[in-house]
Design a protein around this ligand. Structure first.
Ligand code: PRP
Ligand code: ADE
Length: 178
């Protein structure tokens, strides 16, 4: 368990001052291209939910799509994309949110989730929690029962986990960076 964590940490690349000065960007492309690390990350994320009935995985654009698709396959669940504004073709619900480096709007199809469905939210990283918080609001608006929110990386200093836990969303993360 500890060595998996170390392997994952070593597979994540840090780029200073991207996309703006002072940000330490945690780049998971180096984890994704490492077949062993990618498999271990997905296996570790789903491990607590193996055998429970999960209806849908909601993945947040863009990096949450890559992980969310793999997680959905592993749990035999459907996949629902939560996208940046203007990308989805049918009727949507939308929510504005603040980022570590700006603000944005996310959307989900209104009919993506049936009321009462069990949903796990997936993204690569939680920082301020603004994006995940907005996704939780969208999902609950359409009646989702959010079982958990899962991320590979937690930046605990930015308070995202605490923000989601205040909304009674259980949070699962694999590694932390200061
Ligand atoms: C990153 C990351 C999360 C979000 C976390 O995505 O993939 O979705 O930021 O930040 P928060 O907890 O402060 O909201 P980004 O908005 O950079 O979009 P991208 O995946 O399309 O690059
Ligand atoms: N999203 C928000 N903050 C981030 C960071 N420091 N690295 C990568 N993605 C992020």
């Amino acid at each position: 368990e500890n060595s998996i964590r170390e392997e994952l940490i070593e597979s994540i690349r840090t780029i200073p001052d991207y996309p703006s000065k002072g940000i330490l960007f945690r780049d998971i492309t180096t984890l994704l291209k490492d077949a062993k690390a990618f498999r271990r990350a997905v296996d570790a994320l789903v491990q607590p939910y193996a055998g429970s009935k999960i209806d849908q995985i909601a993945g947040i654009e863009a990096r949450g799509f890559i992980l969310g698709g793999a997680v959905a396959h592993q749990l035999s669940a459907g996949f629902v994309p939560v996208r940046k504004k203007g990308k989805l073709p049918a009727a949507t619900v939308e929510q504005e949110y603040e980022l570590e480096y700006g603000s944005d709007v996310i959307e989900m199809h209104r009919d993506a989730i049936q009321s009462g469905e069990k949903v796990i939210l997936v993204d690569d990283l939680i920082a301020t929690g603004g994006t995940a918080d907005a996704a939780v609001h969208l999902l609950r608006n359409v009646g989702a029962d959010i079982v958990a929110a899962c991320f590979i990386i937690d930046l605990p200093d930015l308070g995202g986990r605490a923000k989601l836990e205040k909304l009674d969303v259980p949070v699962r993360t694999l590694v932390e960076f200061p």
